[in-house]
Write a protein that binds this ligand. Structure first.
Ligand code: GUN
Ligand code: ZN
Length: 415
């Protein structure tokens, strides 16, 4: 049992956030058991952390673990970047040792950034995916993890046979889906150009039957879209995925920048969600997502870092970029914060347990330091606090990250 005297900031909806100054938050086992105003007559011992703010553990709904070490390897567009930077790096994870060492770097980096849940791509090797699960379990991460699938148009060292891709995905699903409460498997066809119709159909048949998670990339780059048209000939990229059975309410589609109105409607009606990755979209000059259009059509959407095209694991940095990467649409701090907390949890069908700090929910918490090293209060908890959190929160030191009640990171100064 822990009792912590601190401040809290809590998303309520896409346009409402609550602020609680000087509260007690109690954690028992994996769960939050109390959130109440601090009372001076308290008799139990508590941690005094009034110089911090507790926020819900951040959620990254699209990140490539096996690309963690190649962030910043620059090429001017998606397809040359994949060919010249990503594929050679992912091929390194065919070596067991390398795959383990990337996983051992990756999760602590997530925790240092205050991220408590992540939806993860690995590489097209079963062993690399197993390494990601094993290290996640050891370190206490909450994650949805998938083996990347690619059975055509891929370099020799990466390309799988269709049977390898399907059979190992299913075995990984059965091995990890129910193994621990914190981890799940997600089927991960890389994107249409590297997947055969047979692969996509076999994956979606299984996923639909088992209500399993699916993730892929959709409509990120104009050359990619042209290539999909040449390869498959469907009227649109979204209609191809629809015909393959990949659009379900357990599907996360990364990017979705260049969708027509018809595609937006298909996506919304299917219940699939979008992982919006603003940093990556501008890094690769992929384009500007139509946020107002997608929001007005009620498409579900949350934020992903898309590391390694994304350059940072800090979801507060990506929350800021959600605003900065819109030329004219003023994304509110409430919406940006919601998109990496409660909105992301909702999209994952886990908003009853995750995404905000409430009694009965999982204790997934990030504590940020508000004062400087001399103990001066640098950031007052006032009505402007949320804007400050979104626009420069990535500069605030993460003091501690807690997942399901377990402390997975403590800043060196606080240990
Ligand atoms: N499309 C297919 N693979 C990838 C990838 O690894 N990163 C991004 N940003 N887009 C992709
Ligand atoms: Zn991606």
């Amino acid at each position: 049992m822990r009792k912590i005297r601190t401040n809290l900031i809590n998303p309520v909806s896409a346009d409402q956030t609550e602020l609680f100054k000087d509260y007690i938050i109690s954690i028992e086992d994996t769960v939050i058991t109390e959130i109440s105003p601090f009372k001076p007559d308290i008799t139990e011992p508590y941690e005094d952390r009034r110089n911090e703010v507790a926020i819900p553990g951040l959620i990254d709904i699209h990140v490539h673990l096996s690309q963690y070490r190649m962030r910043g390897s620059y090429r001017p567009a998606l397809l040359p970047w994949l060919e010249e930077c990503v594929f050679p790096e992912e091929e390194r994870s065919s070596q067991r040792q390398y795959a383990y060492s990337v996983s051992k770097d990756f999760y602590p980096a997530l925790f240092r950034a205050g991220t408590t849940s992540a939806v993860i791509y690995t590489a097209p090797y079963r062993e690399a995916c197993e390494a990601a699960f094993e290290i996640a379990e050891d370190l206490g991460a909450r994650a949805w993890i998938g083996m990347t699938l690619m059975d055509r148009n891929s370099p020799e060292g990466l390309q799988q046979t269709t049977d390898y891709a399907v059979e190992h995905s299913m075995e990984l699903y059965w091995k990890y889906h129910d193994k621990t409460p914190l981890l799940d498997y997600i089927f991960t066809p890389r994107f249409a150009p590297t997947c055969s119709e047979e692969l996509m159909r076999r994956i979606s048949d299984f996923a639909i039957e088992n209500q399993a998670w699916i993730q892929t990339h959709l409509s990120e780059n104009r050359d990619e879209i042209r290539w999909v048209k040449e390869l498959f000939g469907y009227h649109s990229y979204t209609e191809l995925y629809q015909a393959m059975g990949l659009l379900t309410d357990h599907t996360i589609m990364a990017h979705c920048i260049h969708l027509s109105d018809k595609e937006i409607n298909i996506l919304r009606d299917s219940g699939a969600s979008i992982a919006h990755c603003p940093d990556s979209n501008f890094y690769l000059k992929s384009g500007e997502i139509d946020l107002p259009g997608l929001i007005s059509q009620d498409v579900k959407l949350a934020l992903g870092s898309d590391v390694g095209a994304g350059t940072s694991l800090s979801m507060l940095y990506h929350a800021k970029l959600m605003n900065y990467r819109q030329t004219a649409f003023p994304v509110s701090p409430e919406l940006a914060f919601y998109s990496t907390t409660l909105g992301a949890a909702k999209l994952l069908h886990r908003d009853k347990e995750l995404g905000s700090l409430n009694v009965g929910k999982q204790a997934d918490i990030c504590f940020l330091k508000l004062d400087d090293d001399l103990g001066e209060q640098v950031l007052p908890i006032d009505e402007d606090f949320l804007g400050k959190l979104v626009f420069f929160g990535s500069e605030l030191p993460v003091q501690e990250t807690v997942i399901a009640g377990r402390s997975v990171y403590q800043a060196p100064s606080s240990r």
